[in-house]
Design a protein around this ligand. Structure first.
Ligand code: 3HC
Length: 285
């Protein structure tokens, strides 16, 4: 299958990162956000990222205009009618995703793959609202999307082998390494990573060490590229909490109980980099 135009649903951290990366890989991208301010914000953010890449010598100056010309954003889901594959990166909410997939199934070309970047929800359940369950699959990218090399490819109960091959091929074309895994809450990475972050929140709440020292410990003692609390700020504390909630609910084991401090910080709107404050403060917001 040829991909000329790739559709992305959502324009926040993962959606915008995917649009940025996919355009930089030479594909046309259409993306949809619910509000015009989000469409405009994402375009501005992506342009800023290309400027940053140019300043670091990672992108040739002339490529920025070429990449931006390949990107088209809209608030109208109908824009997905032109796409050769759609990757949904909307909020981590089952009802939202089901509504989107039911609509996409009607709007999109017959037979094209509808992938979801869900970080923990059931692919089978998302696919169940469509008439093309064999064409629905998990395609889980990591943050920052332009940088992280892994894609977890997650077939649902009815996903065809052909669909799995299509998204493996696309992952490779996007310079990523796909691994095919069985559907399970949190898949592979988040099943291990997010409980570790949750445990770090506990270590902080028990005053065992400061946020800086917890992060330093894992960077220097376990060679992590960044500390787990800084990583939580990058991923979003709301995203970490929702993944812990899925693990707790689906696996039924109290070892997955979200730490009350994580819950409290989300309630206070301290979501990390995107709100200007999480475990650390950020100047840009
Ligand atoms: N856009 C495009 N490329 C970028 C970029 C950007 N904004 N920022 C960095 N890069 C690329 C550069 O081209 C560079 O490539 P090169 O080595 O070929 O020149 C490479 O990334 C490294 O750049 P830096 O040297 O500036 O970056 P650092 O060495 O400081 O690493 C990091 C930054 C990659 C973010 C690193 O700290 C890291 O790996 N952190 C951990 C991230 C992680 O664990 N993510 C997973 C989160 S979990 C998740 O996403 C799942 C979800 O479901 C919750």
């Amino acid at each position: 299958m040829e991909f000329k135009k790739i559709g992305i649903i959502g324009a926040s951290t993962m959606g915008a990162g995917l649009v940025q990366h996919i355009a930089n890989c030479g594909y046309e991208v259409v993306f949809r956000a619910r509000k015009q301010s989000s469409v405009d914000g994402a375009l501005k953010h992506i342009e800023g990222q290309y400027d940053f890449m140019i300043s670091r010598g990672w992108l040739e100056e002339g490529k920025k205009a070429e990449n931006m010309a390949r990107i088209q954003g809209s608030t109208d889901l109908e824009i997905m009618a032109e796409a050769d594959i759609v990757i949904e990166a909307a909020s981590e909410n089952m009802e939202t995703k089901k509504e989107l997939f039911a609509e996409l199934d009607k709007i999109c070309k017959p037979g094209i793959v509808l992938a979801t970047n869900t970080s923990s929800l059931s692919i089978t359940e998302i696919a169940s609202v469509t008439e093309r369950q064999e064409r629905v699959v998990g395609m889980h990218f990591f943050n920052p999307a332009p940088v992280m090399k892994l894609v977890e490819v997650v077939p649902g109960y009815n996903t065809s082998d052909e669909t799995v091959e299509i998204v493996k091929k696309l992952s490779e074309a996007l310079q990523k390494t796909p691994i095919v895994i069985n559907e399970a809450p949190g898949f592979v990475v988040n099943r291990m990573l997010i409980p570790m972050i949750n445990e770090c929140v506990g270590v902080l709440a028990e005053h065992i060490a400061s946020a800086e020292d917890i992060d330093r410990a894992m960077q220097l003692g376990a060679n992590h590229p960044m500390g787990p609390l800084a990583l939580a700020d990058l991923v979003g504390l709301d995203v970490c909490l929702s993944i812990m909630e899925v693990l707790h609910k689906e696996l039924g084991d109290d070892k997955y109980r979200p730490h009350p401090l994580l819950r409290k910080m989300v309630r206070a709107g301290k979501l990390g980099q995107k709100t200007g404050e999480g475990f650390y403060k950020y100047n840009s917001k």
